[in-house]
Design a protein around this ligand. Sequence first.
Ligand code: F6R
Length: 357
Amino acid sequence: EKGTYPHYMLKEIDEQPLVIRKIVQAYQNEEGKLTIDYNISEAVSEADRVYIVACGTSYHAGLIGKQFIEKMAKIPVEVHVASEFVYNMPILSEKPLFIFISQSGETADSRAVLVAIKELGYKSLTITNVQGSTLSREADFTMLLHAGPEIAVASTKAYTAQIAVLGILANVVAEFREQQVDFDLVKELGIIATVMEALCDSKEQFEEIAREYLAVTRNCFFIGRSLDYYVGLEGALKLKEISYIQAEGFAGGELKHGTIALIEEGTPIIALSTQNEVNLSIRGNVKEVVARGANPCIITMKGLEEEDDRFVIPEVHELLSPLVSVIPLQLIAYYAALQRECDVDKPRNLAKSVTVE
Ligand code: F6R
């Protein structure tokens, strides 16, 4: 039930802090330590390479998951769009482990890959919001998102739940493999939940950004580097699917290789800068597009902020920043769709779960 909320999407955006807290609880043992099924830790730890397979928003969560697993557990990871994987199966490593990420657990493109790799005798883990779903039943292992039902077609709380669960998986596997992780994930996720609340309390500012940048435009670009780039891809998907504004996410460094030709007088550019390592380079990219007339909206993180930035996100652990930096983009997409009188919860041409290939 959406209660007093005008749309499920807004309710689900607001539920994200609670979902993060629920996930931490669900994966904690009596001593408060993060823990997952021993067989999952063992299967992932023994893999010489992890293959993440997913579609849409879940694919975007997979891109972040790759960074978690490589940085914490030190296992190489490839991330694949399910519908492409079936035609061009990569040359697989000797001991691959497959992770399917799917909110619904019913996505046919992902299932086709699961069927194919099962025939080859490989092990699989499904990360899903729906217990007993097809992908959950057919994989060897399941990790649940604990996000509660997601009704709006545009995925929001499932995306952050997927990232959090991938973080927990990477963290537990790192420990299993005796790899040092230099932060306490339980504590950091607690901070994340608090910052998410602060962002959800700043709705007016995102409504204002949507009004100022997106009211009449026909396109919008999201730029970022590293993790911010992946979050930009998700921001662009959210904006296009519910507001019908043509939106694309680009890696900052790629602009000069062609995309910059698209910049015109007034083109809105939403730039994310939450990572110290890439802060100066992405700001350099912003200067390049501003010199061509773009209208920049910089969303940054405390400690990296500069004078003309539009929004400063309170500080969280850098590696976990996608959990919070996506919220401004979700809310900007929501208000842009609302202001343009689009059907937020049921965008045209889209279904909540895509059960055809
Ligand atoms: C976007 C969206 C879709 C889904 C995709 C995969 O907001 O909802 O891109 O993420 O169709 O769906 P699941 O995760 O159910 O496999």
